[in-house]
Design a protein around this ligand. Structure first.
Ligand code: NAD
Length: 265
């Protein structure tokens, strides 16, 4: 192994990088935050869950990593702008964004209200607009970077009782593709990660609510579609690849982390 490569390995796959992670206080976001820090990145977590976010920061610091938490509701423009102002002040330029924060509503379309629509569009779509708008501007000035947006298997396939959710996840997948086209020449890559069911609060609640409504994910459909439930670490590993320079020519892709579910249709 050459000396350069040996040094790189010791420093980690994100050595010298700074990563902003929305929704990094729990689930896949927290696992990815800890993985990024272990791989050498300085991590800044934006989340509404203060206690959980500070705990992730403490875990990272206890292992010798660097991390900050900024309490932020990423669906609110003033809070997003204040958070990014603070990032500039406390860590300076960043070159990775993991736009992950999001949630789900399980409900028949004909029972869904405008409030349901507004809430889900705000948390899943407006947040991505606000955060990515800020990131592409700043990354353009600071030499580029890599953006990863959490989409879903529900971005391109339709699922009963998830019409609003599928709409929001289709929107963020398209945002990722568009950023890759519009900002490639400014050194910014943007890809999305599309998980199936993942063992997080979000994924387990989704399975419970779908089963309560008469579907049978827990008892068989999950095994048929994706074999078994996905671990958050398996998504984090895919996000790490997209965030790192190892994927330097991968741009505008949707990376399915679903054990062949999307391919099967
Ligand atoms: N778990 C799954 O099965 C699954 C599958 C595909 C996609 N996803 C996507 O993953 C994301 C959910 O992540 P998870 O599964 O790790 O679940 P999770 O519920 O454990 O984590 C979601 C995180 O986002 C944060 N968050 C929610 N709303 C926010 C807001 N307005 N501002 C800031 N932070 C906010 C939460 O506090 C939490 O820390 C969503 O984007 C969802 O669409 C999940």
């Amino acid at each position: 192994m050459s000396k350069n490569l040996a040094t790189q390995v010791n420093q980690g796959r994100l050595a010298g990088k700074t990563a902003v992670i929305t929704g990094g206080a729990a689930g896949m976001g927290s696992v990815t935050s800890e993985l990024f820090a272990r791989e050498g990145a300085t991590v800044v977590i934006l989340d509404i869950q203060k206690e959980a976010g500070l705990q992730v920061v403490e875990n990272i610091k206890n292992r010798g990593g660097k991390a900050e938490f900024i309490e932020t509701d990423v669906s609110k423009a003033d809070q997003v702008d204040a958070a990014f102002d603070k990032i500039a002040e406390i860590v300076g330029p960043y070159n990775i964004l993991f736009n992950h924060a999001g949630t789900i509503t399980v409900k028949p379309l004909d029972e869904s209200t405008e409030q349901d629509y507004d809430r889900l569009m705000d948390i899943n779509v407006r947040s991505a607009f606000l955060v990515c708008r800020r990131a592409v501007k700043e990354m353009s000035k600071n030499g580029g970077g890599s953006i990863v947006i959490t989409a879903s298997i529900a971005s391109e396939l339709g699922y009963a009782l998830e019409s609003l959710y599928c709409m929001t996840k289709g929107a963020v997948l398209q945002l990722a593709r568009t950023i890759s086209v519009e900002y490639r020449d400014r050194g910014i890559r943007c890809n999305s990660v599309c998980p199936g069911f993942v063992k997080t609060a979000h994924g387990l609640r989704e399975i419970d609510e779908l089963d309560a409504a008469g579907q049978e994910w827990e008892d068989g459909a999950l095994a048929d579609s994706q074999g078994r439930i996905c671990e958050p670490e398996e998504v984090a590993a895919a996000v790490l690849f997209l965030a790192s320079d190892e994927s330097s020519f991968v741009n505008g892709n949707a990376l399915y982390v679903d054990n062949g579910w999307y391919a099967k249709g």
